[in-house]
Design a protein around this ligand. Structure first.
Ligand code: UDP
Length: 492
């Protein structure tokens, strides 16, 4: 089945233009649009993926579509679906294999399933799509469907791949081989990094980085009273006075010394808003490096007590420092056994620590039932942190890094592909060569904490870097060029 998704307008280009950090980028986008829009006249753009909710693609598409419409482009969003659950099990396998994980083999049954669902959906697509339209297919799920569509009508076909792996293996090769017959029908590929491009797409590909929307709930500016209100509504901080709005429907839960999850103020108030906070927000995934970060923090606390030569201020900072590890509440991710496993691992390590460390480490489960509340809590937590860490063993891009950088929070990241691309070492923050080297990570945290001036410089640089490279306006400029390429070719 194919569903046409209704996209709300949301903030206008004029609204963004009023933002001091965005106005130049928006006027640049307008200039670019005035050059490229005539080439796209009469051509309709279709964005096609396999979900309208959840995940980065579904989060970004409405904003991109609304802004493109405001620039005068004809653009709509279609979502493919099927009742055959096996189809999405297969496409999840493809997704994992691109990351080098899973069984690197596809049977004839797999191929038949992928093709039959894709062919079924093409007939519905034909109700919407006309010759000369530009069709952008997102990720592997609808990839074969795009190829079958191209065999029926003359459209420009673009594949936007949001995932990738900079390490090649027999598994990744097997996956790209499976996708090749469909990829052959595409005019262009769009990838996040050059080293994510499979060989057969190399000649016909463009690079577009993921980007953030500065007015989204996760990234919009929050006044101090708003941050305080959100943290209080989510029950992360306990205030003696009332705040303006009522508590959220669901509160954030904190890991307790007995392994259960309870109130955030137990075993002691976390100290967000008052103490220096070291934060990592991520999905509960082994590859996010939560455990080595916890070990580094414990190492740092022990070292701080032993060291004699540190300044009085630094000693106090290290005493007060608290680690917050936050991720989605597993109630909302019951189908993700890996997340539960990771929480269990973190939990048993936490429970084995002494009571002082248990007060100093807060493992938080953020409710996911309201996307808006979740986004606001992430925003407020990032904003109240002294340092944001992203200690991933592997990372496709790492939007949590972009989000912290946009907010001017100094960052420490691992050398994973997506992270080292965003954090310029010793310009925006610090890159750790090995996320599992807990001593190295502990020293980086300690050095950054000891140097408020350096933190200020990093904070300024990170914001500038995000404005230049990772905001939605720059991304749309690149998209305009990609979308126009085929028009230029057709007209010459
Ligand atoms: N995130 C969230 N709530 C959580 C944990 C993560 O909203 O409890 C968000 C986070 O702010 C970021 C996204 O999930 O926007 C994660 O994207 P990233 O690229 O960092 O990693 P991925 O999850 O795609 O591997």
């Amino acid at each position: 089945m194919i569903e046409l998704i209704n996209v709300k307008k949301g903030p206008s280009l004029e609204d963004y233009e009023l933002h001091p950090s965005c106005s130049l980028m928006v006027s640049d986008l307008r200039k670019e649009a005035s050059m490229f829009m005539p080439l796209l006249k009469g051509r309709k753009i279709w964005m096609i993926n396999s979900t309208a909710r959840g995940g980065g693609v579904a989060e970004m598409l409405p904003r991109q579509i609304s802004l493109f419409r405001q620039l005068g482009l004809k653009i709509d969003w279609l979502v493919m679906s099927t009742e055959k659950k096996e189809f999405f099990i297969l496409t999840k396998r493809i997704h994992n294999l691109i990351h080098g994980v899973g069984k690197g083999y596809f049977s004839t049954i797999d191929k038949n399933l992928y093709e039959s669902v894709s062919k079924e959906n093409v007939q519905y697509l034909l109700k919407y799509i006309r010759p000369k339209d530009i069709v952008v297919i997102h990720d592997p799920q609808p990839m074969a469907m795009g190829a079958f569509l191209k065999q029926k009508i003359d459209v420009t076909l673009i594949w936007r791949c949001h995932i990738g792996n900079d390490e090649k293996s027999k598994k990744t090769d097997a996956c790209w081989k499976f996708l090749k017959p469909y990829a052959d029908f595409y005019d262009y590929g769009v990838f996040s990094f050059y080293d994510y491009i499979p060989e057969y797409f190399k000649k016909n590909s463009r690079i577009i980085y993921p980007a953030i929307d500065p007015y989204s709930h996760k990234n919009r500016e929050l006044h101090l009273h708003k941050i305080t209100g959100i943290l209080s509504n989510a029950k992360i901080v306990r205030l003696k006075k009332d705040v303006l709005t009522a508590p959220f429907n669901e509160s954030v839960k904190r890991l307790q010394p007995d392994g259960s999850f309870g109130a955030c103020y137990k075993p002691e108030n976390i100290g967000v808003l008052f103490r220096p906070i070291l934060l990592q927000v991520s999905r509960w995934d082994k590859l996010k490096g939560f455990l080595p970060l916890m070990k580094a923090f414990i190492h740092l606390k022990a070292q701080g007590v032993i060291q004699e030569k540190i300044s009085k201020n630094q000693k106090r900072r290290l005493e007060l420092l608290r680690l917050v590890l936050a991720g989605p509440d597993p109630i909302s991710i019951q189908d993700d056994p890996e997340a539960l496993e990771v929480i269990k691992e973190i939990s048993s390590f936490y429970c084995s620590q002494n009571s002082e460390l248990q007060k100093d480490i807060a493992v938080l489960l953020l409710p996911m039932t309201s996307e808006k509340e979740n986004a606001l809590v992430v925003n407020a937590l990032q904003k109240s942190s002294s340092i944001v860490v992203q200690n991933s063993l592997k990372e496709g891009f790492g939007l949590t890094v972009t989000e912290a950088m946009w907010k001017g929070i100094p960052v420490i990241g691992s050398n994973a592909r997506g992270i080292r691309h965003q954090i310029r070492n010793h310009i925006d923050g610090i890159i750790i060569d090995n996320p599992e080297d807990t001593q190295l990570l502990a020293s980086a945290i300690s050095d950054l904490l000891a140097d408020p001036m350096q933190r200020k410089i990093y904070a300024r640089n990170t914001q500038n870097h995000v404005i230049q490279e990772f905001l939605i306006f720059g991304q749309l400029k690149k998209w305009l060029r990609v979308l126009s390429t085929e028009s230029i070719r057709r007209n010459t």
